[in-house]
Design a protein around this ligand. Structure first.
Ligand code: ADP
Length: 261
């Protein structure tokens, strides 16, 4: 239940001289819900794109479920789902057609596929509009279809990049509950966001990055204790918005190391 599911060592990405992700290492156990936090431009999307095989790292290794992503990309992709921040969807398709297409790409049987499509569309309240084109959907509705598409093949690991963008309050609650249930079933969740509220309530662990580097890694409780701040928001501000950020981050990283966790 608690073996390593994601192992990242010295992950680095440079875009023509811009160092977006700088020597990041972490291990995530099966069943963890990890919030990957940082302000805009910190390197969150770049990390997730490398973890899902969309972008090739400049340096470093990524092992998912015991498989090296760079050596075995197809097998790794069978095990992961990805909810992008903005989806490249075929908007002339209906939600039903789009999910059918995605399910077929994963070689799901018609029977399983139909059952899962029905389940997700019901869960997200999209049954009545499932035969309407995605181009007529609101951003939140499209987001629900993207989340359904990422879960159709029942992946072991789910990566989400700002998944609440455009979701209404009810759907956001639903997604949070869904993530908790998925983790309870043993799925591993990697949740990228600059919105702290959800992470604080949903994630079992938080990794904070700033300028491409990890500045904190621990449970919300540990982080609160260390910084003596009331909410994750305060911790986050302290770590990422302050003018003496480098100093603070180093002090924080030192105290995390000292407490061994
Ligand atoms: P986040 O998701 O935390 O907002 P990103 O991973 O999108 O951060 O970006 C990290 C850094 O890399 C930023 O400085 C951004 O401008 C830069 N960057 C992202 N994508 C590219 C790209 N395709 N080409 C050049 N620079 C990029």
């Amino acid at each position: 239940m608690s073996g390593p599911m994601i192992e990242v060592v010295n992950l680095t990405k440079r875009y023509n001289g811009v160092l977006a992700v700088d020597q990041i290492s972490f291990t995530i156990a099966q069943g963890e819900i990890v919030g990957y936090l940082g302000p805009n431009g910190a390197g969150k999307s770049t990390t997730v794109k490398m973890l899902t095989g969309i972008l090739r790292p400049t340096e470093g290794t990524i092992v998912i479920d015991g498989l090296d992503l760079l050596k075995d990309p197809i097998e790794v992709k069978r095990r992961i789902g990805y909810v992008p921040e903005t989806g490249g969807m075929y908007e002339s398709l209906t939600a039903y057609e789009y999910l059918q297409l995605v399910g077929r790409l994963y070689h799901l049987s018609e029977e399983i596929l139909d059952h899962r499509i029905e389940e997700f569309l019901k869960l997200f309240g999209l049954e009545a509009v499932m035969h309407e084109r995605l181009s007529s959907y609101s951003k939140g509705m499209k987001q629900k279809v993207l989340i359904s598409a990422a879960l159709l093949h029942n992946p072991k690991v789910l990566f989400l990049d700002e998944p609440l963008t455009g979701l209404d309050a009810h759907s956001a609650l639903l997604l949070k509950e869904l993530l908790r249930r998925l983790a309870a079933e043993g799925k591993t969740i990697f949740y990228c966001s600059h919105i702290l509220d959800v992470v604080e309530r949903t994630c079992t662990r938080v990794i904070i990055i700033h300028k491409g580097r990890i500045v904190a890694d621990g449970t919300v409780e540990q982080l609160k204790e260390l910084t003596r701040q009331g909410t994750l928001e305060d911790i986050f501000k302290q770590l990422t918005y302050s003018s003496d950020i480098e100093e603070l981050a180093q002090a924080f990283a030192r105290s995390i190391l000292e407490m061994g966790g």
